[in-house]
Ligand binder design. Structure first.
Ligand SMILES: CC(C)(COP(=O)(O)OP(=O)(O)OC[C@H]1O[C@@H](n2cnc3c(N)ncnc32)[C@H](O)[C@@H]1OP(=O)(O)O)[C@@H](O)C(=O)NCCC(=O)NCCS
Length: 146
């Protein structure tokens, strides 16, 4: 039986193992222990793990900015795919969003991850061709001019 529960930092070693071994999951400094801990504390009850015999076989990160939700790193290990685990993880996040009044959430998908795109669209998510994502890296040493 697959059990879904809220993620905690004790899961970290297994999570890094899962994400490192999953295609189309890009890891960065945001996934360091200190940054994941900060993320989980800022977004309590929105990230989940799926366990089979106490081993993590799937996970998802959910966060929000008070207005929109953001989902990251949805992954199910290859041996356990197509059994409904990804969908269950997503259902947990979206239900948790509904409970705190977040009415829409977003996901960034690599443009060449056709399988991932198919998954999201199969599960009711829609692309936003009218929007383009722009990003900026923020240095820790930003100079403030007074
Ligand atoms: C995407 C992923 C999380 C799906 O997990 P999963 O546990 O295999 O998915 P589920 O079994 O819950 O599938 C739910 C539904 O989506 C469908 N589905 C699953 N993968 C699909 C795919 N690649 N394309 C289209 N539909 C898909 C299933 O058939 C199922 O449909 P149903 O509800 O009608 O039966 C998993 O394939 C994965 O980890 N992929 C690599 C990482 C990745 O790309 N993550 C997304 C990052 S943006």
């Amino acid at each position: 039986m697959i059990i879904i529960r809220v993620m905690d930092m004790g899961d970290y070693p297994q999570l890094i193992d899962l994400w490192s071994n999953t295609e189309n999951i890009g890891l960065s400094e945001a996934d360091s222990p200190v940054n994941l801990d900060t993320f989980l504390q800022r977004n309590p009850g929105l990230s989940f793990v799926a366990l089979k015999d106490e081993k993590i076989i799937g996970a998802v990160l959910g966060g929000h900015d008070g207005r929109r939700g953001a989902i990251y790193h949805l992954a199910v290990s290859k041996d356990y795919r197509n059994k409904g685990t990804g969908k269950q993880l997503l259902n947990h996040v979206t239900l948790a969003y509904a409970e705190i009044g977040i009415e829409r959430c977003h996901i960034h998908v690599y443009a060449d991850n056709q399988s991932g795109l198919d998954f999201w669209q199969k599960n009711g998510w829609f692309t936003r061709p009218e929007l383009v994502l722009l990003s900026k890296d923020i240095s820790r040493h930003v100079k403030i001019r007074r």
